[in-house]
Design a protein around this ligand. Sequence first.
Ligand SMILES: [Zn+2]
Length: 426
Amino acid sequence: MSLEDRAEELASDLGADKAEVRSALENLVSYSVPLDEAVQSVRRKYGDDGGGPADPTEADIADVTPDGGNVTVTGTVLSSGKRSIYIDGDLRVIREGELADSTGKIIFTDWADAELSPGDTVTLGNAGVREFMGRTQLNINESTTVAFREETPEIPYEVGGATELRDLRAGDGAITVEVRVIEAETREVSAREGEQKEILSGVVSDGSTRLPFTDWEPDDHAAMAEDASVRIENAHVKEFRGVPQVTLGEYTTVEPLDREIAPGDEAPRMSVGEAVSSGGVFDVELVGSVLDVREGSGLIQRCPECGRIVQKGQCRSHGAVDGVDDLRTKAILDDGTGTATVVLDDELTSEVYGGTLEDALEDARDAMDQEVVAERIRERIVGEEFRVRGDLSVDDYGANVDATEFERVDDDPSERARDLLAEVGG
Ligand SMILES: [Zn+2]
């Protein structure tokens, strides 16, 4: 097709003057612009971008953000699996997983049945981007084009591998983990439409850390038994009070492993600041100084109905009640990087108090003031260094640790040095 013919066609497309369009094309071609490109350029000049919306920019995965609008990315599928979810009351099956290029990886949800499998390299044109559980998520929908590529670029990630529990984050889908079931307990929950449903929940460990799990289809997962070492495929990660939770559903498979995973009992040691900024940690070890003992510590009374603290004979839910005596401590722990309130139950409080509930009641009667109990706890622990183990959660009022262990750190430097030498000496 000659320049003359192109000019005529283009002018009629654009509804513009033919001589003007021809002159614009001639001008560009005289500067060695190929005719096709010259035509595109003139189209743009007349405000016609070719009919459809502009193609989103091709982006590196590391640069994709929810603020940037739709994107076109090329990446390799690391994982992909089905999950059923409720959208406005309707059950839908989606596919989710992770996509990576040389710059990074990103979680995706496929609403359009693109049938991506681990190992596929694809260019996703005009993919949606949104924030999901605080993360950037790619959305493949009806207006996304999916082009499978022949060549697989180098990526610094493993396709289809198992993930360590400590690397899991809320929002992860189609994950594989190899774990030991530490605790497993069946319980009933109310499911949709008021039905009762039996689920299995507990704790799994893989040596990197321990995490809670919930299995919504325990009948399909016979291998999920206490002390078993198993490979779980196609699970996803939810969040409960800031703590990641391994969640098994109808598309999850569980197979026994032919090796045994040690029942790791070590909680990861973190600084208070690190634990708090992560939003919540299941079973963590912290070391810090007790700055103060908060109100509501020592000898307390709980509602016999709901267990809430009774103040001046009143429960927040049940009004005037006969409170049941109990011991509790809320200690403020600080290690220079952050602060958390450590909550000690009756047993741990009894240890720091140095007496039983009966002793506390007797001390309170003698002093005619139950505050003497909290006062004595304060004297014994404020200013001292403690090693704490428990679950840390964060809410609007700050961080709380539900302590399972609370031990004084021996502050004798010579003893610490001896311990260290003994360790080095093996
Ligand atoms: Zn109550």
